[in-house]
Design a protein around this ligand. Structure first.
Ligand code: M6R
Length: 612
């Protein structure tokens, strides 16, 4: 879960690399480093700390090279330190490598290289890569222009695990080699220059034309040529893709933090997600074509994802079951992939991932495919790894999400899932069309209803100020209010470091109520008119025991006697989490700000979890 950037062209590489790293910091930010070729020598500057620390290190302003690689790290093997930072050099200092991923057999490779006389300076898995390339380079008796390329090919064959690598070498000073397997890597093409990065937003301000690398591809870049090879070094042509996101969408755009910007972008994101899908008589979703016969044959739907994306699945489960009358199981990808789930050709597996690069989700998808199920990916990133594995891929179109804590991706995932559920329902004809019609009109109102919530955030901020010093909090809800409470609790943990638990309100009496004592904070959500009396009883139970309760409820629900109440506009209970999550996101955000924390880059977390 690191970020890598590269540049080869006619401009000074360093400013481009630093700029790219800053945009990739959400992928990791415990150390950073850079390597360029200066007068026939590789110069490496690196240290622990953030990219801004790197930008101020001695000598960095003297780098003039027009070929360079750079890295921002999220430590997996070896603590953050100068030695463990990338780029890593081989023993002869002729080859520099940055790596994102995990080399699972590095112990074995390190032993092999140590026996051959190589020494290691770091405790990382990555340092074996430049040394192994050097080893193969020396073994090769043919001294032609492809010698380094062959050494990289042989090295890649030996590596087990995942990697996106960039290689600089004095053996080929005007070239760069990159390769990938199970870790994302894109190449942006300019005029007589190329940009390389872990993801598109990092280099979107330089170009809109991208090559999206696939697994086991090796690429040799020079100033004006890009050559693509498979892992046998057979050359092939790769199509270029043009991306529409404007560079402005990856800037803070006047907001204090990306998270706040992204919370405020939700009305627009949802408008983009809905697009024209509900405009005609029947729902149409580009990229999705399921026949009535196929849907009728299904006996189970799995929705599989991690973290926030999994929470989006939990909200949508009710819609699928109610409208399609097909049992739905929502599972965590890292559990699903190892528990031998019951899957056959009558199972549909839906995978949700903002980044489309989450290692567990991709592995869970491959598993379902191997068992004969159809797979549908819902992601925000066009061309991401998951879309290349799935039978069908559809997009949330929420625009780039930079803050580690997911906000607009969640709401747009819920919206898209609900629309997919309605699309299935229309085909299956198992529900009254008027119910679908009403829900369609409720979905279309969501963006303006969110705008309304976003206009009055004072009360949320005030409550956050009141409770930001707490150590523990509880979230309660029933039905879809419980599903969204799980997300509210995760947001709070991620960015405020306050411990919190979310419970189905009916479970309170079965244990957790023992933890409620004077002064404890509870966030209770009740938007379902059919369950309101039960929810109020649960709230009374905690109030009686001295809890401070922050209630999120719908404007049509009576809330007599409760002091901290946020009203959200009335909508269908199936989609109310799309509204009720907004106060929860803001609550977590303001607490984090009160505590003076880094909202966008919370400790220990990375945006895209590309390792297991
Ligand atoms: O990119 P993905 O949607 O696959 O990511 C899944 C989770 O890692 C992600 O939602 C994570 O839980 C976020 N930090 C939540 O804010």
């Amino acid at each position: 879960m690191c970020g890598i950037v590269g540049y080869i062209g006619y401009k000074k590489a360093t400013p481009i690399l630093i700029n790219g790293l800053l945009r990739l910091e959400y992928r990791g930010y415990d150390s950073a480093g850079i390597a360029t070729i200066e007068n026939n020598e590789i110069v490496v500057i690196k240290n622990k700390g953030r990219v801004n620390t790197l930008a101020n290190l001695d000598g960095i302003d003297k780098l003039e090279g027009t070929v360079g690689i750079a890295h921002t790290r999220w430590a997996t093997h070896g603590k953050p330190s100068k030695e463990n930072s990338h780029p890593h050099l081989d023993n002869s200092k002729s080859i520099a490598v940055v790596h994102n991923g995990i080399i699972e057999n590095y112990h074995e490779l390190k032993k092999f290289l140590t026996e051959k006389g190589y020494k290691f300076l770091s405790t990382t898995d990555s340092e074996v890569i430049p040394n192994l390339i050097h080893y193969y380079f020396n073994q090769d008796s043919k001294n032609d222009e492809n010698r380094l390329l062959r050494a990289v090919k042989n090295t890649c064959k030996d590596l087990k695990g995942s990697y996106a690598i960039e290689i600089l070498s004095i053996y080929n000073k005007d070239k760069m080699i990159v390769a990938r397997k199970d870790s994302p890597l894109v190449i942006g093409r300019g005029l007589k220059e190329s940009y390389i990065a872990s993801d598109i937003p990092a280099i979107l301000s330089y170009t809109k034309d991208f090559y999206l690398l696939d697994d086991n591809e090796i690429v040799e870049l020079s100033k004006d040529k890009i050559k693509f090879y498979n892992n046998e070094l057979e050359e092939f042509e790769k199509p270029i893709k043009s991306i529409e996101w404007g560079a402005i969408s990856v800037e803070k755009d006047g907001y204090e933090d990306f998270m706040l910007k992204e919370i405020n972008e939700q009305p627009r994101a949802i408008r983009e997600t809905v697009g024209a899908k509900l405009d005609n008589g029947k729902i149409e979703i580009e990229g999705l074509e399921f026949s009535k016969e196929y849907l009728e044959s299904l006996n189970k739907i799995y929705i599989v994802a991690c973290g926030t994306a999994m929470h989006a699945g939990l909200v949508a489960k009710s819609t699928f079951e109610k409208f399609c009358k097909i049992p739905v199981e929502v599972d965590i990808a890292s559990e699903f992939r190892y528990r031998d789930p019951l899957i056959d050709e009558k199972t549909l597996c839906i995978y949700i991932s903002q980044s489309g690069e989450t290692a567990d989700t991709i592995a869970a998808l491959k598993l379902a495919k191997s068992k004969g199920a159809k797979t549908l990916a819902i992601t925000n990133v066009i061309g991401s790894s998951i879309t290349r594995e799935a039978d069908y891929s559809i997009y949330t179109h929420a625009g780039p999400e930079i803050a580690v804590a997911s906000t607009k991706a969640y709401t747009s995932q819920v919206v898209l899932l609900i629309i997919v559920g309605m699309y299935f329902a229309e085909k299956l004809e198992r529900i009254d069309v008027s119910i679908l019609k009403n829900l369609k009109s409720d979905i279309l109102k969501l963006p303006s209803q969110i705008e309304e919530i976003l206009k009055s955030t004072n009360q949320i901020q005030e409550f956050a100020r009141k409770v930001y010093k707490e150590k523990d909090m509880f979230f309660l809800g029933r039905g879809t209010d419980y599903a969204v409470s799980l997300e509210g609790s995760l947001k709070l943990k991620e960015i405020s470091y306050i411990h919190s638990e979310s419970y189905a309100a009916g479970e309170l009496k079965h244990g957790p109520i023992a933890l409620i004592e004077n002064g404890v904070t509870v966030v209770a959500t009740m938007t379902n008119p059919d369950l309101v009396e039960k929810s109020i009883s649960n709230i009374q139970e905690v109030v009686t025991r001295g809890a401070k309760v922050f209630v999120i409820t719908s404007e049509d629900i009576k809330n007599d006697g409760l002091s901290w109440v946020i009203k959200i506009p009335k909508t269908n209970t199936l989609i109310s989490p799309i509204l009720s999550v907004i106060p929860m996101q803001l609550f977590a955000y303001y607490i984090s700000k009160e505590k003076g924390l880094d909202v966008d880059k919370p400790r220990n977390l990375a945006k895209s979890v590309t390792v297991e």
